[in-house]
Design a binder for this molecule. Structure first.
Ligand code: SAH
Length: 263
């Protein structure tokens, strides 16, 4: 990396947590880096793979917390790259999936800096996989939609996702940043005709020692999240593919038995 005289930044995906889920290229870039600008969601075990003399700048921006402005992050990357440093911009999961990677690439390229993108395993695939959910299992769904639960329809950034269209699509819904607005988005899916018995799952801190998961139905999702104290970062999965999750068969059996006892 950066053997030419043109300054260069590597935008690297760190995957969901466990460093074994880094790509070999990501590992190479990490071990060559002089400076690493790092997001909050990057696992500490991944940072342990850096050279001991590498400088780590934490520029995270978790929802609601004090955050480093995007403009400041761009300035930092430019400065370090122009000084000839090997700069890695490290992001959780994949840098182009809800990671502002596109904006950062644009800012760097406009400033004459070369950008290399190293894809990572996004949590929208890795978190479901951690509990055995195959997101595009053809027996259940024709495809998958990656959606942010964060956008509000009234947000300045424009319209939120079209939940009614998504409910009708038959796609597996994989929702990032969906905990805070879970109740509202479930209501929108129900209003669009999605069955309250549709299987649903939440997987928090996937591929870390803190991993937690919840299997339930669409109608039970909001309460289940509260009961199980599922906290961010978490992925929500809504769709028939959740039936393939480890433990789903046992769960439905238990529910049937309970209903039989009550009934
Ligand atoms: N670029 C990242 C996503 C960043 S948006 C990626 O590709 O994965 C942040 C959201 O990602 C979180 O709110 C959560 O929904 C999800 N997320 C990130 N890491 C996660 C993990 N280890 N387990 C579950 N969800 C995760």
């Amino acid at each position: 990396m950066n053997t030419s005289s043109t300054p260069c930044v590597s935008l690297v995906g760190a995957g969901p947590g466990d460093p074994e889920l880094l790509t070999l290229r990501a590992l190479n870039r990490l071990q060559a880096a002089d400076v690493v600008l790092c997001d909050d969601l990057v696992d500490r075990r991944v940072l342990a793979m850096l050279r001991s003399d590498a400088r780590v700048l934490h520029v995270g921006k978790r929802g609601g917390c004090v955050s480093t402005s995007q403009a400041f992050i761009h300035q930092l990357m430019l400065r370090e790259a122009r000084e000839g440093k090997r700069v890695v911009r490290l992001k959780g999961g994949d840098p182009f999936v809800f990671g502002r990677g596109g904006e950062e690439c644009q800012a760097l390229r406009e400033a004459g800096i070369e950008v290399e993108v190293v894809p990572g395993i996004t949590s929208g695939i890795a978190a479901p996989a951690a509990v055995g959910i195959p997101v595009t299992d053809r027996r259940h769904a024709p495809g998958v939609a990656f959606i942010t639960g964060h956008n509000r329809a009234d947000a300045q950034s424009g319209a939120g996702p079209d939940w009614a269209a998504l409910a009708r699509s038959g796609l597996t819904l994989v929702i990032y940043m969906g905990l805070a607005r879970c109740e509202a988005l479930v209501a929108e899916l129900r209003a669009a005709g999605m069955d309250g018995d549709m299987p649903a799952a939440a997987i928090a801190a996937a591929h870390t020692p803190q991993q937690r998961q919840l299997l339930c139905t669409l109608d039970g999702l909001a309460q289940g999240l509260r009961d199980e104290q599922i906290s961010s970062p978490a992925i929500l999965v809504i769709g028939e593919v959740v039936r393939e999750a480890h433990g789903w068969a046992e769960l439905t059996q238990e529910l049937q038995q309970r209903t039989a006892l009550v009934g």
